[in-house]
Design a protein around this ligand. Structure first.
Ligand SMILES: [Zn+2]
Ligand SMILES: [Zn+2]
Length: 291
């Protein structure tokens, strides 16, 4: 099971909605995507433990997506973090952080590793190209597929030797009572959950190709239909919904909502006309996803 916390669903200037920050959690493992100003305050006040964040993925260096990061890292240092923090982001992020640390007389007490992608035994975080007005990238957070033995079938066929079962689970063929058991016949693959996050983007071919079939897409939906959003490197709700439909995703979260919209019902209606599984998350709401 993966859970997405919508920490800040606004964009540009803060309003009732905070600046961009999304936390993906799985089994105590956390990935924070973007870190607008105020992110650590919102997290701490709402019992989202900042010390549990393992990976931080920044989409681009516009202030609303990154200015909360230096202070978040400094607080981790104050709390005496020791565990390594992995950071993904566009070129310049490392310099921005190092310069801020130096100018604010801060030296992290824990290792920080800047990586282009991240992989653990259960999860991967990979960037993909987006189309904004400055260098930018979105992220795919993917749970790995797991394969379990088809216990029912093994029982039916009377296979009860644990060594045979172990070999099948390891993907090996096994000779057993005069026949050959093939692993593909006895393994049930459980597909991992996949989540895509665009950060700021115009409707973009590379996004459509990268997020094909994800369980949840968080897509820029800064404006309502009718605004020329692409001039600013953003999307309207209609455009976000069209991307979701073309990419065949399962659900669409409309995010980075401009502070000009207090009432988002019209924006949601526009998106649902094109992609019915659209929703607009509130700050501090969350969504649990199961395979
Ligand atoms: Zn933004
Ligand atoms: Zn931006």
């Amino acid at each position: 099971m993966m859970r997405v916390y919508f920490i800040g669903t606004g964009g540009g200037a803060p309003s009732k909605r905070g600046l961009p920050a999304y936390l993906v959690r799985r089994d105590g493992f956390s990935v924070l995507m973007d870190c607008g100003e105020g992110t650590q305050i919102t997290m701490i006040r709402n019992s989202l433990n900042i010390m549990n964040v393992n990976v931080i993925a920044i989409t681009h260096l516009h202030a609303d997506h990154v200015l909360g990061l230096p202070s978040l890292i400094q607080t981790m240092g104050m709390y005496d973090r020791r565990e390594k923090l992995y950071i993904l982001g566009p070129e310049g992020l490392k310099d921005l952080l190092n310069e801020t640390f130096e100018r604010t007389y801060f030296a992290p007490s824990f290792p920080i590793e800047f990586v282009s992608s991240y992989e653990s035994p259960s999860i991967t975080v990979r960037p993909f190209k987006t189309c904004h007005v400055v260098p930018s990238q979105g992220y795919l957070v993917e749970e790995k597929d797991t394969a379990n033995l088809d216990a029912e079938r093994l029982r039916r066929e009377g296979v009860n030797d644990w060594r045979v079962m172990r070999a099948l689970k390891e993907g090996k063929e096994v000779a057993w009572e005069g026949r050959v058991l093939k692993p593909e016949d006895y393994l049930v693959v459980k597909r991992g959950i996949r989540i895509g996050y665009t950060g700021d983007t115009r409707p973009c071919e590379s996004v459509i190709n990268s997020v094909k079939g994800v369980d949840l897409l968080l897509h820029d939906s800064t404006f309502e239909h009718g605004v020329d959003a692409s001039e600013y490197g953003h999307s309207t709700s209609t455009q976000a919904a069209t991307v979701a439909r073309e990419a065949g995703v399962k659900r669409l979260a409309l995010i980075h909502i401009s502070s000009r919209y207090r009432d988002t019902s019209e924006m949601l209606k526009q998106a649902r006309r094109i992609f019915p599984m659209s929703f607009i998350p509130d700050d501090l709401s969350f969504l649990s996803l199961r395979a």
